[in-house]
Design a binder for this molecule. Structure first.
Ligand code: ADP
Ligand code: ASP
Ligand code: MG
Length: 436
C-alpha cells in the first residue's frame, strides 16, 4: 500500500481539493495524509498569539476571516446540498470551539489545541467530498495513533502498535484519510510534529505499515538543486539517496520536514516528491540508490548561532571536548557543525532557548564568543574524500564571501559552510553558477 501526503497548497482551495480527489481516486487502496489548507495554520497561530496578548479584537478579526474563507470554499466544494450542510456543520463545530478557546487564558496546551484544528478541518472536508463522489473513503483520526514519547519525539514502535490495533476498522476502505502534523504527547494531550510536520506524519505512517512507497505531493516538481525562493533557474533532482535527502531537509530544503526521511530510511521505503500542479512530472525519488560522481544540490538553514570557545587548557589536553559536550547535553541542545583548532573550538546550534546558561557554563572552560544570525549552507552529493577537487569547487564558488566555518569529511555526501545571513542569497547563487 502507498501513503500519499498532500501539503497546504495542494488542498488550499475547493478547486485544489477537487483536483486531489481526482488524483487519488484510482481504485487502489491508500492512506492519504493531509495538511491544513494553506494559510490556516498561520491564521490559527496568529489567533492564539493575539489572544495571548489579550488582543481579542485582532484575534476575532483573523477568526472572522477564517470563517469567511471556509464558508466560501465549502460552498464551492460540494455538488449536493446535504454534503455542503454536513461540511458546514462539522467546520462550524471546530470554529465554535475556537471561538471559546481564544477567550480562555492561552497556555501552551490551548495553543496546541487551536493549531491542531487546521488539519482536522481539511481532512473532514476531503473525506466528505470523496464520499459525495461515491468513493469508499473514511477518516482515520491521527489523534488515535500518532504519538510522542517522554522526550517529545514521535515513537515509531508505539505508533506502529496503535495503528495496527485500529487498522481492522479501516482495512475495507479504498481511501483512508488522516491528518498530518497533529499527534498526542505521552500524556495523551494534543500536540504536533512542528511546522511542516505533515511530511513526517506520512513517513511515520509509511514506516508503521511497511508501505510500498511514500509520496509527498506539493507545489513544485521535486527537490530542486538549490532553493527556488532565492535562486533563479533551479532544476529538479531526479534521484537522491536517503542520506542526501535527509541532509538537505535538515539543512533547510523546505520541501521536506527536517527529520521526515529517517523513518522511511529505517524501513527502506522509497519516498517520491511529486507536484500536484503537474502530476506527470518526474519529481524526485529518494531511495537507497546513490549516484556517484555528482554534486546534487545546495540548501541553506537560517537562524544559526555560532559559539567559539578559546582555551589554553585545550592544548595537548584530553577530556576537554567531553566537558564541553556535556554542557550542551545538559541543556538538550544539539550541535550542528563543529570545527577545532589546537586552542579553540567553534560550533553551531539552532536552538538558542538555553544559550545564556550554556554560555555561562562554557565560560568555565575558556573565553566564549557568540555570533548570531548566521546561515549554514549545505552542499550535498558525492563528496567522498577520494573525489579530488569537489570541495575546491565549492570553496572557489565562495571566494568573494566571508566564510566563518567549513565542515568537510564528516560524511561522504556533504560539505557545510557557515556564513553571515546577509551573504546567503549571494552565496547560494554563486554555488549554483559554479556547480550546476
Ligand atoms: P507543502 O505545503 O506542500 O508542505 P512546502 O511549502 O512545505 O509545501 O514545501 C514546498 C516549497 O519548498 C516549495 O514551494 C519551495 O518554495 C520550497 N523549497 C525550498 N527549497 C527547495 C528545494 N531545494 N526544492 C524544492 N522546493 C524547495
Ligand atoms: N499545517 C502545518 C504547517 O503549516 C503542517 C504542514 O503543513 O506540514 O506547518
Ligand atoms: Mg511542507
Amino acid at each position: 500500500m502507498k501513503v500519499l501526503k498532500f501539503g497546504g497548497t495542494s488542498v488550499g482551495s475547493a478547486e485544489r481539493m477537487q483536483h486531489v480527489a481526482d488524483l487519488i481516486t484510482d481504485g487502489q487502496q491508500k492512506i492519504v495524509v493531509l495538511s491544513a489548507m494553506s494559510g490556516t495554520t498561520n491564521s490559527l497561530i496568529q489567533i492564539s498569539d493575539y489572544a495571548k496578548r489579550d488582543n481579542h479584537a485582532a484575534a476575532a478579526e483573523v477568526l472572522n476571516e477564517l470563517t469567511r474563507k471556509y464558508h466560501l470554499e465549502i460552498d464551492a466544494l460540494y455538488a449536493t446540498e446535504s454534503c455542503r450542510n454536513e461540511a458546514l456543520r462539522r467546520i462550524e463545530e471546530f470554529l465554535n470551539q475556537l471561538r471559546k478557546l481564544y477567550l480562555m487564558p492561552i497556555g501552551e496546551q490551548v495553543e496546541k489545541e487551536i493549531v491542531a484544528m487546521g488539519e482536522q478541518m481539511s481532512t473532514n472536508m476531503m473525506t466528505l467530498l470523496l464520499q459525495e463522489r461515491g468513493v469508499k473513503a473514511t477518516l482515520m483520526p491521527a489523534l488515535d495513533f500518532m504519538c510522542l514519547d517522554e522526550n517529545g519525539e514521535p515513537s515509531l514502535p508505539l505508533i506502529t502498535e496503535k495503528l495496527h490495533a485500529i487498522w481492522s476498522s479501516y482495512k475495507d476502505y479504498d481511501i483512508v484519510i488522516t491528518q498530518g502534523f497533529i499527534c498526542r504527547n505521552h500524556n495523551g494531550r494534543i500536540s504536533n510534529l512542528k511546522r511542516g510536520g505533515s511530511d513526517y506524519s506520512a513517513s511515520l505512517i509509511g514506516a508503521a505499515i511497511d508501505a510500498d512507497e511514500i509520496q509527498i505531493w506539493t507545489d513544485i516538481d521535486g527537490m530542486h538543486n538549490n532553493d527556488p525562493r532565492f535562486v533563479a533557474n533551479t532544476k529538479p533532482v531526479p534521484q537522491l539517496s536517503f542520506e542526501e535527502a535527509a541532509e538537505l531537509a535538515y539543512f533547510g530544503a523546505k520541501i521536506l520536514h527536517p527529520t521526515c526521511i529517517l523513518p522511511a530510511k529505517l524501513k527502506n521505503i522509497p519516498v517520491r516528491l511529486l507536484n500536484t500542479l503537474e502530476p506527470s512530472a518526474q519529481g524526485t525519488t529518494i531511495s537507497n540508490t546513490f549516484k556517484q560522481g555528482k554534486i546534487e544540490a545546495v540548501a541553506a538553514k537560517d537562524g544559526i548561532c555560532a559559539i567559539r570557545i578559546l582555551s589554553g587548557r585545550m592544548l595537548m589536553a584530553y577530556g576537554f571536548l567531553r566537558q564541553m559536550f556535556e554542557i550542551f547535553e545538559k541543556y538538550r541542545t544539539s550541535i550542528d557543525l563543529i570545527t577545532t583548532s589546537e586552542v579553540a573550538v567553534s560550533l553551531t546550534i539552532d536552538n538558542t532557548d538555553h544559550l545564556d546558561s550554556i554560555v555561562d557554563e562554557l565560560r568555565n572552560l575558556g573565553t566564549v564568543t557568540v555570533e548570531r544570525n548566521m546561515v549554514i549552507i549545505s552542499v550535498v552529493g558525492d563528496l567522498n574524500t577520494q573525489n579530488v577537487g569537489y570541495e575546491a569547487k565549492v570553496v572557489d564558488a565562495l571566494k568573494e564571501i566571508p566564510v566563518r566555518m567549513i565542515s568537510y569529511g564528516g560524511s561522504d555526501h556533504n560539505i557545510s559552510i557557515l556564513i553571515r545571513a546577509e551573504d546567503k542569497t549571494r552565496a547560494l547563487q554563486a554555488l549554483s553558477d559554479n556547480l550546476f
